[in-house]
Design a protein around this ligand. Structure first.
Ligand code: MN
Length: 400
């Protein structure tokens, strides 16, 4: 079993999602939630972006205990110095230096030659090493970079003192097998450096493959993953922290890897982020979505009541939900209805349950999901001996 470090970048790449920028007080509150969650590294921000951003990083560096605190810097003296200043109070600090390495980034964005790219990398990493406990280097747009040049830049960064080499799929372009090969190739290029070197993955969801690519990279030997809570991030978002962590946990025997994340904090942390950003989580989101542990179909409800393992690969409590949820719809069965009514204190059996079930199915044809009010009214009607007795007014209203 090997350790995979969780590098949370919700407060840096996540914040680059439209609408996700946070004021300093919110950043600090979320960083504290991340420390409680048990991530290894918190990327607190991009110090050179603004005065306020630098102050927010400094505040997190001062007050948050536990994880390493990281700050992003372009490969320039000014950026590295800004990151170093903001991180100064942190107990463990990491400067994260990046530079574009693909042809399109070199030619069209940075307008520099490959040689200049390597020189800038070496200079920035050397400067960062003087101010931080560890330096991470990212070859931006690595997945669209010539493989030989990528190897050369990563070697230059490692020679200059970077301890973590990150291989970003900046634009969400890679496919899982291809990305695994790339991670493997970079590890090969770095094989002559000592064992303390970590290879890291950073994936985006433009094609919905961020988590798949992250896991493929881990299978290929990466020892760190960049992730964001709720999968927020630029464009389609970053790899989702909760999905990567739970895939590694649920399929431990497959990945032979573990993280230090306290999984029962996943749902609370997701909720804190939603509250701070106002960005809701889609209901069908894995692990933290409202429907992640909801069962509506009769066949599934019956199975889960007999043995939760029939339709659940993890316990809702293990990721911080209070319980699984039974939803009554037209697809539900008698046992699911009885279980849901039992939760409301409405204990039904025998003929009364049969009548309740018939009424619930009628109501289910009219609505997406029966409300608690519907179920209370149905129970009241179903408990009468004679089903032809007219329903109480509230039920008529609800059913109309
Ligand atoms: Mn990114």
């Amino acid at each position: 079993m090997r350790d995979v470090q969780i590098f949370d970048t919700t407060l840096r790449d996540g914040e680059q999602a439209p609408g996700a920028a946070l004021p300093a007080a919110s950043k600090l509150a979320f960083a504290q939630a991340l420390a409680e969650l048990g991530v290894d590294v918190i990327e607190a921000g991009f110090a050179a972006a603004s005065e306020g951003e630098a102050r927010a990083i400094r505040e997190i560096a001062t007050r948050v205990e536990g994880p390493t605190i990281a700050a992003l810097a372009r490969a320039t003296d000014a950026d590295v110095d800004a990151a170093a200043r903001a991180l100064a109070p942190a107990r463990r600090k990491r400067i994260h230096v990046f530079i574009g390495t693909s042809e399109i980034h070199l030619e069209r964005k940075l307008r520099i030659t490959p040689i200049e790219c390597i020189e800038r990398t070496e200079r920035a990493v050397r400067r960062a090493v003087e101010h931080a406990d560890e330096v991470e280097f990212s070859a931006e747009d690595a997945t669209r970079t010539d493989i030989h040049f990528l190897g050369a830049v990563c070697q230059a960064a490692a020679r200059a003192g970077a301890r973590i080499i990150n291989i970003p799929d900046t634009v969400g372009y890679a496919q899982p097998q291809e990305y695994a090969k790339l991670v493997f190739a970079v590890r090969g290029a770095l094989a002559s450096f000592n064992a303390g070197l970590r290879v890291s993955v950073h994936c985006h969801d433009d094609l919905g493959l961020a988590v798949a690519n992250t896991l493929a990279g881990i299978e290929a030997g990466a020892q760190q993953a960049h992730v964001c809570v709720n999968g927020i991030g630029e464009r389609g978002g970053n790899a989702s922290l909760e999905e990567v962590v739970m895939a590694l946990q649920v399929r431990r025997e497959h990945y032979q890897a573990r993280t230090g994340v306290r999984t029962e904090r996943l749902v609370p942390t997701s909720r804190i982020l939603t509250e701070l950003t106002g960005i809701p989580v889609q209901p069908n989101k894995a692990v933290v979505g409202a429907n992640a542990f909801a069962h509506a179909s009769g066949i599934h409800q019956d199975g889960v009541l007999k043995d939760a393992g029939t339709y659940e690969i993890m316990a809702p409590e293990s990721v911080g939900w209070e319980s699984r949820r039974f939803v009554v719809t037209k697809l539900s069965g008698r046992r699911g209805l009885a279980a849901r009514m039992g939760e409301l204190g409405l204990f039904m059996e025998g003929d009364a349950l049969d009548r309740a079930y018939a009424l619930a199915m009628r109501r289910g044809d009219e609505v997406h999901e029966l409300s608690d009010r519907d179920l209370i009214d149905i129970a009241a009607v179903a408990r009468r001996r004679d089903p032809t007795v007219p329903a109480p007014a509230s039920f008529e209203t609800a059913a109309s």
